[in-house]
Design a protein around this ligand. Structure first.
Ligand SMILES: *Cc1c(COP(=O)(O)O)cnc(C)c1O
Length: 463
């Protein structure tokens, strides 16, 4: 087996270069509460617990690798968003970050709405009892069948992503005798990513309809003339893992500008504005995310100020956090296997999972933390790279981390902040059965997504 031939972009080349690590922390046994879920503790005997349960016992009962989600923490974060935005705004959890029926129930109970972007996510939401009017349907290439299913179910809104889709949704709604509530997704010319935003030509992407050149205004014109559609607002989503509110400020200003233009042209004040998701979380101790109440205050002020300036009444705001709710609430538990010290470089620590349960490091050069959780250690810190068991040199889970030098096969290590975009992006590469998701709360653990088995894999193979 060898490193496969990737289309080697700079991002992949970088994975193999020297890493960017900071100095080892003073005490490797200390778990930074910023990157671990709220109920994670280290007990006096050195074992880490979540929801009051020791990871050693959890590993025995559920196996490794496995994702453990801290249900109390999930509910707390969902509630914090809900409370921060209050009754004049809506919080839509972005289901693509991680979705299961248990999660849908938690969201429903905590008063959140839900974003879906496929027929599968819609089916999951409906099957767990999320009221259809609290579901929003997204996507740049929704199939006719998906649109049909969404309209028939009565989803609260479909977010229109192209001129073709405006017509498509209108026709399907009309054929079903419905008038579908819709928003139009616009690209405001701002794309934001970690720590920075760039206000340049980011209309160059597949999502949305550009505000520039009057495209979005034309989309509004068309949507307003079609009987099958009830246009209720404008939608903007500028990126992911954002810490700086400046990108949202530019986006809000431009969207309000469109609302004002629509009012001037059509004498219609669209009642809703959706500013999307993308709020960052702490993957390492270097990240400093904003609290939901700060975000709510900042967005509320921006929109109110811009609307006052444009003499518009303030529309109902909605936001769509995915990562910021589920990301910090879970960790992945692995068992350490082969350990390979490379003299003068680093020590490669292999675990029993890898890029099949966390593709983000290979895909985005994402950073993660890691800790020994089955015991404490007073050994010296060693520079480590946590890698998986797949047939790829790029199969890296944590690129640079310090682990104790006495780490040994059989130890359990955990990678925090893997609640978002890990299980939902998991694959069966090398026919790896995808790991389970186990919810832990108040001393009880239950599987909410079971582990795949070899039977599951073979069942699909009907040749
Ligand atoms: C992905 C996405 C989100 C959620 O993004 P996070 O970074 O998880 O908060 C919200 N809205 C839309 C339209 C998205 O595509």
């Amino acid at each position: 087996m060898s490193r496969s031939a990737h289309p080697a972009g700079p991002r992949h080349a970088d994975v193999f270069s020297e890493g960017h690590y900071s100095a080892p922390p003073a005490d490797l046994n200390v778990l930074d509460p910023k990157v671990w879920s709220h109920t994670v503790r280290r007990t006096e005997d050195g074992v880490v617990t979540v929801g009051g349960l020791e990871v050693t016992a959890l590993a025995e009962e559920f196996g490794t690798p496995a994702y453990f989600v801290d249900e109390a923490d999930f509910r707390e974060r969902a509630r914090a968003w809900r409370t921060a935005f209050g009754h004049d705004a809506d919080v839509f959890y972005a289901g693509k970050a991680f979705l299961s029926r248990a999660v849908v129930r938690w969201l429903h109970e905590e008063g959140l709405n839900l974003d879906v972007c496929s027929g599968g996510e819609l089916a999951t939401a409906l099957s767990a009892g999320m009221p259809a009017d609290r579901i929003a349907f997204h996507g740049n290439n929704k199939s006719t069948a998906e649109i049909h299913a969404a309209v028939e179910a009565g989803v609260g809104r479909i977010v229109l992503d192209s001129f073709q889709e405006i017509v498509r949704v209108a026709h399907i709604a009309q054929s079903l005798g419905r008038r579908q509530r819709v928003q139009i997704r616009v690209t405001v010319g701002v794309e934001a990513h970690t720590h920075e935003f760039i206000a340049t030509a980011h209309e160059d992407q597949k999502f949305g309809i550009a505000l520039a050149d009057g495209q979005a205004a034309e989309a509004v014109r068309r949507a307003l003339t079609l009987d099958g559609l009830e246009l209720v607002g404008i939608h903007s989503h500028i990126g992911s893992q954002i810490f700086d509110m400046a990108g949202f400020e530019v986006a809000a200003r431009r969207v309000v500008g469109l609302l004002a233009a629509v009012r001037d042209e059509h004498s219609v004040e669209l009642p809703e504005i959706d500013l999307g998701g993308g709020l960052g979380i702490a993957y390492t101790s270097d990240d400093d995310p904003r609290e939901p109440h700060e975000i709510a205050k900042a967005l509320g002020e921006i929109v109110t100020r811009e609307c006052e300036a444009a003499r518009l009444s303030t529309p109902r705001i909605s936001v769509e956090p995915g990562r910021a709710i589920v990301g910090p609430t879970a960790f992945t538990l692995y068992e350490v296997g082969t350990i390979k010290p490379l003299e003068g470089l680093r020590t490669y620590v292999s675990v029993d999972g890898g890029m099949s349960d966390n593709i983000r490091t290979a895909l985005y050069d994402a950073e993660y933390s890691v800790a020994l959780v089955s015991r404490t250690s007073d050994a010296e810190p060693m520079l480590a790279r946590v890698v998986g068991k797949h047939c790829e040199s790029g199969d890296i889970v944590v690129k640079d981390a310090f682990l104790p030098a006495d780490l040994a096969p059989g130890d359990l290590i955990a990678v925090p902040a893997t609640g978002a975009y890990c299980r939902s992006m998991a694959s069966n590469y090398n026919h790896a059965p995808r790991p389970p998701v186990v919810a832990v709360k108040d001393g009880a653990a239950r599987v909410i997504v079971r582990r795949e088995t070899e039977d599951d894999l073979l069942r699909l193979d009907v040749g």
